[in-house]
Design a protein around this ligand. Structure first.
Ligand code: AMP
Length: 174
């Protein structure tokens, strides 16, 4: 499905380090028609889910989350790398291949019971999106959906996605 759109994603071998095949979405985003179509497809997918907030993960998640929130008429909330948000934050740490990283959200970003869609560009091992979902739940939000442009199936990140949510990825790679 959507093969023409998928062809716009560029594969870069051995970036940012040997053995990684980087999925470069800049080549899709710079094509106005393709960008438009991707956001329209995402918006149609979640049009009936009564999303209150789109939570976008720094940084490529913002590129999709902002236009999606606008199109859904939802609010946009950012999950940021540590030290960037100015007010009081909640933080969740998560494991990387080497070491740990963390995401932060403003403590007052999401009111109890609000319906949330979490979005990032790509699902790999799932650690990043799990941290974002844990943050939303700490703040009292309800994860209704997760969305990705790309899912790397071999890394089985889907195992870390909330099972009660609608989990959507547009392009899947073996
Ligand atoms: P993970 O936490 O393992 O699911 O990794 C997902 C995050 O890392 C996303 O924010 C992606 O932007 C980035 N990422 C991981 N692997 C790739 C890849 N092969 N190409 C592009 N981005 C990637």
């Amino acid at each position: 499905m959507f093969e023409d759109l998928q062809k716009k994603i560029r594969n870069i071998s051995n970036f940012p380090k040997p053995g990684i095949e980087f999925k470069d979405i800049t080549t899709l985003l710079k094509d106005g028609a393709a960008f438009h179509k991707v956001i329209d497809i995402l918006a149609a997918e979640f049009a009936k889910d009564k999303i209150d907030y789109v939570v976008a993960i720094e940084s490529r998640g913002y590129l999709l989350g902002a236009p999606l929130a606008y199109k859904l008429g939802a609010g946009l909330v950012v999950a940021r790398k540590p030290g960037k948000l100015p007010s009081e934050v909640e933080r969740v740490e998560y494991a990387l291949e080497y070491g740990t990283d963390a995401l932060e959200m403003h403590k007052d970003a999401i009111e109890k019971g609000k319906r949330v869609l979490v979005i990032d560009d790509l699902l790999a091992t799932g650690g990043t999106v799990k941290a974002a979902c844990d943050l939303v739940e700490k703040l009292g939000g309800k994860i209704v959906a997760t969305a990705f442009l790309i899912e790397l199936l071999a890394l089985k990140g889907c195992k870390l996605l909330p099972s009660s949510a609608k989990n959507y990825s547009m392009f899947k790679y073996e």
